[in-house]
Design a protein. Structure first.
Length: 279
């Protein structure tokens, strides 16, 4: 008997290869074979149960549902409101001393950290049910562009990239195949779409969620404050809440539908939390 089990998202499939039997065998041999067959059937049932458990626990094509450690909001002016936090530059939202201390402990560049932390505070006031944390935003920022430093560039004090960051052309060659959406107005190419800036936002998402978070009157995907808040808004729109394992998973999947992506973001978010003494 051969057994084939396929985790196909519906049910395991069992293929049995019967063995030929000689005619005229003695009754006692038949009985012995029946006993062996019953034993084999019991073993088959056990294997099926184990396989069903295995299929249900990790083969469904969804990211692992573990929730990363949720870093608390950094210190900020508690007189800020939903309305007022939208009117001040994001870099001024969180106390500078906290940014400096946390940047030293975590290794996150201070200017990028000010955007992640300010973004978490801003979303706590404008979208309180979401609960996106600064360390999750920092995890995404690291995976997407190493906080803007992936290619040896840096985020300047004004929040703009020293050199604009563009992702690979999304033409289906090892990437998603996305036809040009913006005629090059956002990503600089009318031939194809590509992700933009330190949070690697594609034109369609930017069109829906672009925001002027630094207060210069010009939403810009290459500016870290604008980029982080646009990304945070998109995450919160895509998930009812990011304070639960399933909600966090849903938010991350709207950004990138790879198990490894969620794993990497979770790992960095936990690393940054651990650097602050959070477990």
């Amino acid at each position: 008997m051969t057994l084939s089990i396929v985790c196909d998202g519906v049910s395991p499939q069992v293929a049995v290869s019967p063995r030929g039997q000689n005619r005229g065998v003695a009754t006692r041999i038949v009985r012995r074979n029946r006993t062996i067959a019953v034993g084999a059937l019991v073993a088959l049932v056990i294997i099926l149960i184990v396989s069903l458990v295995s299929c249900g626990s990790g083969g469904g094509g969804q990211p692992a549902s573990d929730l990363p450690v949720a870093a608390p909001l950094p210190p900020y002016d508690t007189t800020l409101t939903d309305a007022s936090v939208r009117t001040i530059p994001l870099v001024t939202v969180v106390e500078e001393a906290w940014v400096a201390d946390t940047a030293e402990k975590t290794g996150i560049p201070a200017r990028a950290l000010a955007a992640y932390a300010g973004g978490a505070v801003r979303l706590a006031l404008t979208w309180p049910e979401c609960g996106v944390t600064w360390n999750t935003l920092a995890g995404i920022g690291w995976v997407e562009s190493h906080h803007g430093e992936l290619f040896g560039d840096v985020i300047k004090e004004d929040g703009f990239m020293s050199v604009p960051i563009f992702g690979l052309p999304l033409v289906g060659d090892g990437t998603m195949n996305i036809p040009d959406f913006d005629d090059g107005n956002f990503d600089g190419s009318a031939d194809f779409d590509r992700a933009v800036g330190p949070m690697q936002i594609i034109p369609q998402t930017w069109a829906a969620w672009n925001v002027d978070a630094n207060g210069d009157g010009d939403p810009n995907g290459q500016q870290v404050d604008d980029s982080v808040v646009a990304a945070a808004n998109y995450l919160c729109y895509s998930s009812a809440t990011m304070t639960t394992a399933d909600g966090w998973k849903q938010g991350l999947w709207s950004y990138n539908q790879l198990d490894s992506y969620a794993d990497d973001v979770r790992a960095k978010a936990n690393e940054y939390a651990a650097a602050m003494g959070l477990r």
